[in-house]
Unconditional design. Structure first.
Length: 188
């Protein structure tokens, strides 16, 4: 028996009875709506960028039987998809050209920042006093995404991300870029 993931409310709405996926209710505050807007905008762009990082890595390392199967693809639409595609693919391909360990270091840095970002979103949402189902559903979806990202982080470390040349520098640059992208996506 397969379990239904929280994100299925958005990706497969026919399988859920969640009314909260059909629109934003008028009974949430402006702060709650603004928080939902920012969280969804950032998470959507981040998921697209992550997919294109993996696509860039796959383009370079896909024929490598030890790395190719590790790269997963999940496509989620976003209004920032063109930027996310180019930046993500470029980052994935560039780090893959640097070697398997650098590709894994890229994944480690991205997933670390994104995992922390999801934790921050959960803290912010937990501080909201709302019984609206969209808040509860979003928290479940964010937990699902965070756990998925942390699995990718563990895989990257398992596949020697920390052996990458200039690991600390690479992690700092990639992580800083992710943090900048998060802040930009919050605003646009």
């Amino acid at each position: 028996m397969s379990r239904t993931l929280p994100s299925a409310a958005y990706t497969d709405p026919g399988r859920t009875q969640e009314a909260s996926t059909s629109g934003t209710s008028q009974d949430i505050t402006k702060l709650q709506k603004d928080t939902l807007d920012a969280a969804l905008r950032v998470d959507q762009a981040g998921e697209v960028a992550a997919n294109y990082i993996y696509m860039g890595q796959l383009a370079v390392l896909g024929r490598d039987r030890t790395v190719g199967p590790l790269i997963q693809h999940r496509v989620r639409p976003t209004i920032l998809w063109q930027v996310a595609k180019v930046a993500g693919f470029g980052l994935g391909a560039l780090t893959a050209l640097m070697g398997k360990e650098a590709a894994m270091a890229c994944t480690e840095a991205v997933e670390t920042v994104i995992g922390e970002h999801y934790d921050d979103q959960l803290k912010e949402l937990n501080e909201m006093k709302s019984s609206h189902p969209s808040i509860s559903l979003l928290k479940d979806v964010i937990r699902e995404f965070r756990d998925d990202e942390l699995e990718h982080l563990d895989t990257a470390v398992e596949y020697h991300s920390q052996r990458a040349p200039a690991h600390a520098l690479l992690s700092t640059v990639v992580g800083g870029g992710c943090k900048m992208a998060i802040e930009l996506c919050k605003r646009f």
